[in-house]
Design a protein around this ligand. Structure first.
Ligand SMILES: [Zn+2]
Length: 414
């Protein structure tokens, strides 16, 4: 066996031949002169062989996956060929995409690593600057998603997320049936969500969306109603519960301000306990809360109302859910607690879109917790300065297109 063949076998280089090799930079780099197997000359579009019209003079270099710290670089001068169908084109490079500076194998490894770790950590393992890796990753994802169309979208979820220490916002659109992200856009206002409906969906696709879930922001609600003629909107349960918990905490804060230090003792450490779902409470928790009946009637009243509200989500019939909610709102108003009254106003405003939950318990939080995964991605990187890199990571981990599967299967070695 010649040493070139041995090298090819060791490095598992497929679809190419090594014609020469050289170690450089004190054996830190291995440079390989290669050429496509069976002399190439294939059209990148149809795979047919073409006649060489131009023997390219300029060599190109591709970085491959490093082996035991040894950097591997491939060199080849692609030829221009004449395809009977596609005319004059550059021949297909079997080991890399037409415009890539790295091999498919390295692209695959970058994507696979970034699915489970930060770009910074992946860059360290692959011994390249983080900015280079970010750039490469962005190219792969952009290439994979170019021309990709959203398909079969009937249940849509819209949510906002901050990605730069709470200063910048993005709008994320989910396919809630398939539990994946179909779109990420800058901003959280009406223009952003309008852009999604206008640019990403055709008129027919908009007609076919039957269910939608979002928070209580006017921008999202109005846009959904405007663009989706056949949709039933369900306000995301999580946001309703969050608003109620907020109202409850408001009561606690008010009381805290008014009480002297002795009376404060009775309600110390309540914040977390009040927001807990009854299902997650221990008996000791409940005893503690029940004692409030004597020590602080206002908080106790508000808490009981909050607990009662939980039943709403379990109703199966619209009419009884409606009756329950109306009765609950009357009771909340009678409590004379300002923050609960404000919550009732919110409920009234969104009444029809909250009731729809009984028909279909839709929420952005289900679907294998896509938004939970997104938050993990965000926290792992401790925020993103640019939306592009955040969006890349979202599409890579919970996108509607399997990015890794876009790389030729025989070159998906790790
Ligand atoms: Zn062709």
């Amino acid at each position: 066996m010649t040493s070139s063949r041995l090298l090819g076998k060791l490095l598992r280089l497929k679809a190419l031949k090594i014609s020469d090799f050289e170690f450089k930079r004190r054996d830190q780099e291995l440079h390989l002169s290669v050429k496509p197997y069976k002399n190439g000359r294939r059209c990148p579009h149809c795979g047919r062989r073409g006649r060489i019209v131009h023997q390219a003079a300029s060599f190109r270099t591709w970085e491959d996956v490093a082996v035991l710290g040894l950097k591997i670089l491939l060199h080849y001068a692609p030829k221009e060929i004449e395809c009977p169908t596609h005319g004059r084109v550059q021949e297909e490079i079997p080991w890399a995409d037409a415009y890539a500076r790295v091999t498919y194998r390295l692209e695959y490894r970058i994507c696979a690593l970034c699915q489970i770790m930060t770009q910074k950590a992946a860059a360290e393992i692959l011994r390249m600057p983080t900015s280079t890796l970010s750039d490469l990753l962005h190219r792969v994802i952009t290439r994979a998603r170019t021309g990709h169309r959203i398909r079969g979208l009937t249940t849509v979820g819209v949510d906002e997320i901050s990605y730069c220490k709470g200063r910048k916002f993005a709008t994320i659109v989910y396919d809630l049936d398939r539990a994946c992200v179909v779109w990420v856009g800058k901003g959280k206002g009406r223009e952003t969500i309008d852009r999604f409906f206008q640019e990403a969906l055709s008129e027919g696709q908009r007609d076919r969306v039957l269910w939608a879930s979002c928070d209580m922001s006017e921008a999202y609600i109005n846009a959904i109603k405007h663009h989706l003629p056949n949709v039933t909107l369900v306000i995301d349960r999580f946001h309703v519960v969050k608003a109620l918990n907020g109202a409850l905490d408001e009561v606690r804060k008010e009381e805290w301000r008014q009480l002297d230090s002795k009376a404060r003792k009775a309600i110390k450490g309540l914040r977390w306990l009040l927001s807990l779902h009854s299902r997650n409470r221990t008996k000791a928790h409940t005893r503690f809360l029940n004692r409030l009946r004597q020590s602080n009637r206002r908080i106790h009243r508000a808490w009981v109302l909050k607990d009662e509200f939980e039943h709403f989500w379990d109703f199966r019939s619209i009419s009884s859910a409606e009756r329950f909610l109306k009765r609950w709102m009357t009771a909340a108003l009678r409590s004379r607690i300002a923050s609960l009254r404000t919550f009732v106003t919110t409920l009234r405003k969104h009444f029809t879109n909250i009731i729809t939950f009984i028909d279909r318990p839709l929420t952005n939080a289900v679907g294998e917790g896509i938004n939970r995964i997104i938050k993990i991605v965000k926290n792992r990187a401790s925020g993103f300065r640019h939306l592009d890199s955040f969006a890349d990571m979202i599409f890579l981990t919970v996108g509607d297109l399997d990015i890794l599967a876009q790389i030729p299967s025989e070159l998906r070695t790790l």
